[in-house]
Write a protein of this length. Structure first.
Length: 162
């Protein structure tokens, strides 16, 4: 049985984190959307302020996956939450419990930090992930639609007068 370990990422992990991000983008058929660089990841993950945190999942002492997350806030609960932006396990490490270990570690962090929820999004075509998340007790929020403003649309919105 392989040895699993979950640990907080350090700045030395930035090349590995970027590689995982690119692998995840390939899996999601969106590699052209990755503009992150080692420099921007180092600045936003390990600079001041830190905008997100990363857990590295290891199998037999080798990085094989990651979870990138940050705090959000629920006004209805009046509590912080954790939002899981990315969860990725390399294909060669799937099926040994690393994804489950990453989610359990995140749930423990959420409870320790007094969070009211742990949430994330999943692509609607990713049936293996959906089934995996449901097996851990996750509930799909089908009545909610994600909205996003990015790139030129974000710049244009910010440039509007009040």
């Amino acid at each position: 049985m392989p040895c699993l370990n979950i640990r907080p990422a350090t700045a030395d992990d930035v090349p590995t984190i970027l590689a995982f991000i690119k692998e995840l983008a390939d899996y999601e058929k969106l590699p052209h959307e990755v503009i992150a660089t080692e420099e921007t990841l180092r600045q936003t993950l390990f600079g001041t302020p830190r905008y997100a945190e990363v857990l590295i999942g290891e199998v037999d002492d080798l990085p094989a996956g990651f979870a990138l997350f940050f705090h959000n806030y629920s006004t209805w609960l009046a509590k912080p939450g954790l939002y899981l932006e990315d969860l990725y396990v390399q294909p060669s490490a799937r099926g040994v419990g690393l994804g489950k270990a990453l989610l359990i570690t995140l749930a423990k962090l959420a409870v320790e930090r007094g969070c009211g929820r742990l949430e994330w999004s999943v692509l609607d075509w990713n049936e293996p992930a959906i089934q995996f998340y449901q097996s851990l007790g996750a509930t799909a929020m089908d009545e909610w639609t994600v909205n996003r403003v990015t790139g030129e649309a974000l710049t244009n919105l910010a440039g509007r007068t009040l």
